[in-house]
Ligand binder design. Sequence first.
Ligand code: ZN
Length: 398
Amino acid sequence: MVELQIEKTCGRARAGVLNTVHGQVPTPVFMPVGTAGTVKSVTPEQIKACGSRIVLANTYHLMLRPGADVVGALGGLHRLMAWDGPILTDSGGYQVFSLAEMRKLTPEGVTFRSHIDGSSVLLTPESCMDIQSALGSDIIMQLDECPPGQAPREQVLSAVERSAAWAARCKQAWQRNEEKNTESASRVEEAFEPVPHSLERLCHRQSLFGIQQGGVHVDLRAESARRIVELDLPGYAIGGLSVGEGHEPMVAVLDHIDEQLPKGKPRYLMGVGEPRDILAAVLRGVDMFDCVLPTRNARNGQAFTWTGRLKLRNAIHARETLPLDETCPCYTCRNFSRGALRHYFMASEMLGPTLLTIHNLAFFAQFMAVIRQAIFEGDLESKSASWLDAMYRQESEA
Ligand SMILES: [Zn+2]
C-alpha cells in the first residue's frame, strides 16, 4: 500500500515521501507518461538518470493492445517495461471519453469502439479494477466520468454522481482482488522454501485512488470530494481539470482542495504539467502530477529551460555551441550543443527526440526538486514568483 509521509509544510504546500512496494518517491513529484508501456524514445535507465522515480502508463492503450492478459502473461507491467520503480496506471476512463468513438454510458459502465480494431468494448468499474490488477501497477485509478471542459452544469453533476457510484464499486472489486492476490502469494510461500525473492511482487498490494470531479463548480467539487473521501481510499486525485478551463478557474478549484481532501493522504492532480499550473497546485497542497507535456514537446523540438522554452528548429540555434541549459546536469546538456540538437531535428534523426526527452524529463525532475527544497526552506511563494517571471517573460513580452 502506498503511504505519504509528510516531512515539511510551507503554507498549504507539502514536501514528503511516498512509500511504495517499489521504492520511495520524494514529493511533490512529476510522473512521466509511458502511454503504451514505454516513455516514448527513452529507456528505463535513461528515465532513471533523468531523476524520475515513478512513471504512469495508460490502461486504455494497454487493454486494447497488447491486452491485459498478454501483459499478465509477460510477467506484468513492471517486467514488460523493465522498470523496477513504482508505476501508476490510469483507469482508461479519460481516453474513453476523449478518444473513443461510439461511446455509450450506462449505470453498468461505458461501451466504446476500440480505435485499434473497431471492436466494441465494455469497461465497468469491476473490469477496470481487474485489468489494472493484471497489469500489476502500484497505484490504480478508479473508473470515472470526465466531462468536457465546456459541459453544462447538469452534465457535470451527473458525472459527479456516476463517478462516486463507480468509486464505491471499484473499492469493492479492488479489495476482492487484493484478497485474491494475498491468498495466491501465501500459497506460493507454502509451496516454495525458502520464500522466493519476488514474493512481494506477486502480492501486488495495489493502492486505489478515488477521483474528484465537479468541473469548475465549487459546490460540485465539494460534494464529489465528500463522496469519495467517505470511502477512505489510499489516495485521491483531482480529475477534470486542464480540459480547457484556463489557469484562473483551475486555481479557483484548487483553492479548496486542502479543506476537501484528507491531509495525510497523497493528492494527485491528473494531466497537469504546465510549470505555472504545477506551482499553483503545489502551493495549494497537491503532491503528484503527470502530463505528456515534457515528452510530447520534446518530440516536437521544444525544450523547457529556466528562462523559457526553446524551439530547436529555429535558425537562430544553427551555429550555437552552448548547451540547452548550462546549469543542467543531464546527459544531453553535458554532451550536445544547441546547434547539434537542431541539426538532428532538421535531419529527422531519431536521436533528436531522445536527447530532448532526456533534457525535458531532467528539467521537470529538477523543477520538482527545487520546489521541494523551497518547501523545506519555507520560501516557496517568493521563489515561485521569480521562477515564473524568468520562465514566462518571453511569452509575456511576445
Ligand atoms: Zn539538460
